[in-house]
Design a protein around this ligand. Sequence first.
Ligand SMILES: Cc1cc2nc3c(=O)[nH]c(=O)nc-3n(C[C@H](O)[C@H](O)[C@H](O)COP(=O)(O)OP(=O)(O)OC[C@H]3O[C@@H](n4cnc5c(N)ncnc54)[C@H](O)[C@@H]3O)c2cc1C
Length: 403
Amino acid sequence: MSTIPEYHIIIAGGGIGGVAAAIGLANKGFKVTVLEQASALGEIGAGIQIGPNAFHAMDYLGVGDAGRSKAVYIDSLIMMDAVSGDRVATLPVDEPFRTRFGNPYAVIHRSDLHNVFLKACLAHPNVDFHTSQRVVGYTNTATGAEVTTESGDVFSGDAVIGCDGVRSKIREMMTGGEAAGDTLSLSGHVAYRAVLPLEEMPEDLRWNAATLWAGPKCHLVHYPLQGGTTFNVVATFQTDVSEVGVNEPGTQEEILSRFGDIAEKPLSLLKKPKNWRRWVLADRDPIDNWTDQNVTLLGDAAHPTHQYFAQGACMAMEDAVCLADSLDGCKGDFHNAFLAYQSARMTRAYRVVLTSREIGKHMYHPSGMHRKVRNEIMAAKSADDWYDAVQWLYGGTGLESKI
Ligand SMILES: Cc1cc2nc3c(=O)[nH]c(=O)nc-3n(C[C@H](O)[C@H](O)[C@H](O)COP(=O)(O)OP(=O)(O)OC[C@H]3O[C@@H](n4cnc5c(N)ncnc54)[C@H](O)[C@@H]3O)c2cc1C
């Protein structure tokens, strides 16, 4: 028998973090309203890698089986030297990995992942969605918190969660934004993304693996998606960028000029996509507070990260678990529940942010002697060495600081 929810939470942003938080809170008996600026809910046409920790989070949120049914189970994570064309290291993610971490490492189309949460939300009586609602500000009120949208509508509730991504309006209001030093950090890295149908993927690269070709100031990633019928391709390079561009059309010329000095095999893949999309990558320095009374932040709004660890969305799902757990039984004391949530999440999420920066610099893009040293260190590692190195990350659930 369903009960009438006592408390109402407004979520700004319906990306992966927003829908994961919505289902987590709805499952705990909260009424949830999600406000999304886009005219339709969905995700960009690209792939995403998800570690066992994300599947642990999905299990907690009640969508683990649905997520696993849409995923592609790769055999390994492979690092190749893009200059020599040689294999540097392999991290097997087959049965022993799954047994050790209790869930698989997988790749999935972003829309499929988003849909897993969206479907669960749409089937839940406690969740409702409003699209074309761009949040422009929030206020803490005597009884809770409210947001105003560009169209002039006001949505009032007991609490507000900012899940509005790396350019979060909620965060900007909370921290004071750029004027107060909370700026986007441009790494000078640009990512090009494309999805290739199987028949356009070079035959000798149709590997059931997430493969990374590391080159000087550039790297290329590819892996199968959608039952192996398509391949996700992401090419990243370092350059001088001063403006943040998102999901713009990219050119074959720019990509090829940035990957000049690499082996024929990865180069053959770079020549395939006809419809590249281009992103200038940005993260933000850590902050030590995500909460303003009855308002808090989640996912990229709280801890935007570079993609080098493939963990930004995984962290958003873990946040959703921790938030749902922290608010469960809080009896309307959202402020203290949010403080418990942020204290449980911050160190882990920022470890990912800061480690991602280091990986980009020292692991993926070195040249000269630095490249040779990297290869020697990585090639010497056994599967168990790799498993021990990622235990802190893939063994997590989102709740570790609370256990
Ligand atoms: C090239 C690349 C590859 C990546 N690969 C991986 C990977 O393999 N694995 C992984 O885990 N992560 C990966 N990530 C990171 C991952 O994409 C993000 O961490 C994740 O999408 C964050 O989800 P989010 O819901 O917090 O934010 P977002 O996905 O940014 O969603 C925010 C939502 O809020 C909406 N919104 C924004 N402003 C407002 C507003 N004012 N009002 C209302 N709605 C608003 C937006 O339209 C959007 O729907 C990658 C990122 C990049 C750039």
